[in-house]
Design a protein around this ligand. Structure first.
Ligand SMILES: [Zn+2]
Length: 151
């Protein structure tokens, strides 16, 4: 696997997740003992309970596992932004990790469907680096395989 590890940084922090991520980068907690990723950030590996965790970058390429449409604005920030989609995606290079992402909006609510290839992006909030947004955008139909070589 061509995953990159980052230097020591808190791995039990959502804020660190938004700081580690960025344009074209998704960083997930990675266990140094059992070599597995997990989501969400926590103090110990959920697979082997090790505390030897680091952030490991993944490609961000993923497949939509499920999707739903949100039609009610639960917060003031979302007023006027409904409907929008929420997708649960499976990362292509770490298929045992799934993450919830916001999808692009369209008239029906989401611009992705189950099985679609997507690219996940992490964006830290400009005023509060401890919060941010995880989004996914559809990839062209034939761009899903081969870009990262053989696995
Ligand atoms: Zn582990």
């Amino acid at each position: 696997m061509s995953l990159q590890e980052t230097a020591e940084a808190p791995v039990d922090s959502f804020g660190q997740f938004f700081r580690e991520g960025g344009e074209g980068t998704v960083a997930l907690p990675h266990c140094q003992d059992c070599d597995r990723h997990h989501w969400y950030p926590m103090e110990r590996c959920p697979h082997c309970f090790s505390q030897r965790l680091a952030w490991g970058s993944v490609s961000g390429r993923a497949t939509v596992y499920s999707v739903t449409t949100v039609r009610y604005a639960f917060t003031a920030a979302n007023r006027g932004r409904t409907p929008y989609g929420i997708a649960l995606v499976t990362f292509d290079d770490v298929p045992d990790v799934r993450m919830v992402c916001r999808t692009g909006a369209c008239e029906e609510g989401s611009d992705v469907a189950v099985g679609d290839a997507v690219m996940v992006s992490v964006t830290a909030d400009a005023t509060d680096q401890d919060t941010g947004m995880v989004t996914c955008a559809p990839l062209p139909r034939n761009a899903g395989s081969g870009a990262h070589g053989e696995r």
